[in-house]
Ligand binder design. Structure first.
Ligand SMILES: [Zn+2]
Length: 195
């Protein structure tokens, strides 16, 4: 695996592009690494001080996950945190107007609020995640209500009658896969299905 991470280029990125990339960094910390999450919380988002360290940590985590996954632990699925709803939201906007990172940020926030409501996630986790998302100028919700874009997941023919593997947090830095029948997803998210 070859990864090029030039942090001097990062600091010259437009604010939105930088925020977009930070969504995957926040995701990586949220699923695997409380201390990285805390490091992100301590950053000045206008001028992050520890970018090289942050990026190196993300690369390490991802490499570890992928390597363990190759031994069939299925751990790679955890990297999909926020992506079920994120992809649905991107699809809702026909992949224009909303960047991948922004959609994933919304997805992470929404799924964590829901899992916390179901007692699957330690209380306060969603609030903490959402404040980090907002700190890096990412959205924690979209103007479209969840039921409007949920159909993108629900109506996917391949998934009809099958399970969806939701990635949830037990707490910050600790994630797990929660299989759920697709037709229970709307209920899980506390919305009406099929608009
Ligand atoms: Zn992604």
């Amino acid at each position: 695996m070859l990864v090029i991470a030039d942090t001097s280029t990062l600091s010259t990125l437009p604010r939105e592009t930088f925020a977009d990339g930070m969504a995957e960094v926040i995701k990586t910390a949220a699923i695997k690494d409380l201390s990285l999450f805390e490091l992100l919380e301590s950053q000045n988002p206008e001028k992050p001080q520890n970018l090289e360290q942050i990026i190196a940590r993300c690369i390490d985590i991802k490499r570890g996950v992928v390597e363990r996954d190759e031994r069939e632990s299925g751990e790679r699925r955890l990297l999909n945190f926020g992506h079920t709803l994120g992809h649905a939201l991107e699809k809702h906007y026909n992949y224009t107007g909303l960047s991948h990172g922004f959609a994933v940020a919304v997805g992470m926030a929404e799924i964590t609020k829901a899992s916390e409501n179901h007692g699957l996630t330690q209380e306060g986790t969603a609030e903490r995640l959402i404040s980090l998302i907002k700190k890096f100028s990412l959205p924690a919700e979209d103007s479209a209500p969840v039921q409007d874009y949920l159909s993108g997941v629900m109506l996917d023919k391949k998934r009809a009658g099958s399970n969806i593997n939701l990635v949830l947090l037990r707490g910050i830095g600790d994630s797990f896969v929660h299989p759920l029948p697709v037709n229970e997803l709307a209920k899980f998210l506390g919305v009406e299905a099929g608009k």
